[in-house]
Write a protein that binds this ligand. Structure first.
Ligand SMILES: [Zn+2]
Length: 240
């Protein structure tokens, strides 16, 4: 399985795997995933909870489009926040940072501050939602996770260039080695109401894969092959 053949380059332009709809965004866009639609599954792999991190969607799509029919072992969400991608914003259409909207015990109504790409000062404010779990994108993803019951979750972000794995798991160490990124136990600042906080309270291991701030072609070359192994399940032969 580890030498699974990819679809020919001539056919990789189109996403041929059927999409499953798991809900609707705040502005009426379909929330979709690909792959197995019954749990329990091994991994759930997702991208673009932040709409201004669309490199993560492209890299994951590059991997998904070369998976042969019948070989997609794990569910894939190309965009958790499609409204944000369409608007080019980190937040969803209501101005909410979806990675601070989760109903974890540490959720806070205080605005979250983030920094521009490449800048160092976190001075741009976003809402964490009118209440914990207030946003449609959060509610539908929460229901999907509870339905698919993944053993672990891999969530792609950008551009910090690290693998954040609080559990220091074999999978996290393998991804760090394969991508030549540092393995870290946290991103260095508090993240109340984050998806990771919610997963931790539910006992679901989560690895946050922060793509580096490299040009997109370089990101695709170095990360899509690793994502391919994750979503086809062939990584298991290498991780053990
Ligand atoms: Zn992010």
């Amino acid at each position: 399985m580890s030498n699974l053949v990819q679809v020919p380059r001539s056919e990789k332009g189109l996403l041929r795997h059927p999409a499953h709809r798991y809900g609707t965004s705040e502005r009426g866009v379909a929330l979709e995933f690909f792959g197995p639609d019954a749990g329990p599954v091994d991994l759930l792999v997702m991208a673009s909870m932040h709409g201004d991190e669309c490199d993560s969607t492209v890299a994951l799509s590059e991997a998904l489009r070369v998976v042969p029919n019948g070989a997609l072992a794990n569910p894939v969400i190309l965009s958790v926040n499609p409204d944000g991608i369409l608007r080019g914003t980190r937040c969803n259409a209501n101005g909410v940072d979806l990675n601070r909207n989760w109903p974890a015990s540490n959720w806070s109504p205080e605005p979250v501050r983030y920094k521009d790409h490449g800048k160092t000062v976190q001075d741009i404010e976003l809402s964490t939602g009118a209440s914990a779990g207030s946003e449609a994108e959060t509610q539908h993803l929460l229901a999907l996770v509870e339905r698919l019951r993944p053993r672990a979750i891999v969530s792609l972000h950008a551009p910090l260039g690290c693998i954040d794995d609080p559990d220091d798991s074999a999978l996290g160490r393998w991804i760090a080695a394969e991508t030549d990124l540092p393995l870290v136990p946290d991103v260095g600042y508090a993240t109340p109401g984050s998806f990771g906080s919610w997963c931790a309270e539910k006992g679901i291991p989560i690895i946050t894969w922060e793509l580096p701030a490299d040009p997109l072609p370089a990101v695709i070359d170095s990360h899509a092959p690793v994502l391919f192994k994750l979503i086809t399940g062939t990584y298991i032969d290498e991780v053990g």
